[in-house]
Design a protein. Sequence first.
Length: 300
Amino acid sequence: MRKGWSGDAILLDGAARARQLKEEMCQQVDRLRAQGIKPGLGTILIGSDPGSVSYVAGKHRDCAEVGIESIRVELPDTVSTAQVLAEIEKLNENPACTGYIVQLPLPRQVDVNRVLEAIDPDKDADGLHPMNLGRLVLRIKEPVTSPLPCTPRACIDLLQHYQVPLQGAQVCVVGRGTTVGRSLPLMLTRKDINATVTCCHTGTRDLAAHTRAADVIVACAGSAGIIKPEMVKEGAAVLDVGVSRGAVNPETGKARLEGDVAEGVDEVAGWLSPNPGGIGPMTRANLLLNVVETAIRQAS
């Protein structure tokens, strides 16, 4: 986490916006319950990785806050692909499960592509099933009535909430992962947003030339401090999305989590999201929103 800001960049407070989204969802869930509909989020957690365990626990705390039912599946890290697929099939058929996720990363012996493709696209709470990503490719103009990728949706919502101009804006996405880097441009270039997107990554030649031309930079490469002050156009909006593990604290034994945005960017940028406290809380809120919206579609 950065030491603190001395510049004039406006804080894009994802934690505050996430709380607002949860308050709105509470009302939606109450209306659904009045109709006899109880949205439920399922999670499949494999092994006991501390980060994954903490992340999944946080999602279920979020569920309790807004009144969504929790369905937990916990498997040992020795599990086979076939065993994971069997649990997925149960959630696909379970009417109490409105949407669910398989917590990544998976053990080496588990085929991650087979697992993710086995998820019912309508119950894909992460919005990353190939069919749902394909719908983003095809439906450029009309509304998308399927779960949206949580982190890209969080990025756009946070920018729009703080009235950062996106119509016709030059956006530079630095990162090429499926979770953000590949799916975010699909959403930004839709007709209702109409941004122009440059997709870069750690192998991009002269990365700074691309970022300096951007009105908005989304740093999601998972490379600590890759976006430096001299790479940012004055007044640009910068979202710090990437996370990587730094040096281990000898007192706690835990690795320090570091974002993609270096110190000093707040002195150049017009808007800046913190890390943590920016896109992380928003991603979790949008996971719940996917579940609630799926329940609303089912009800109608």
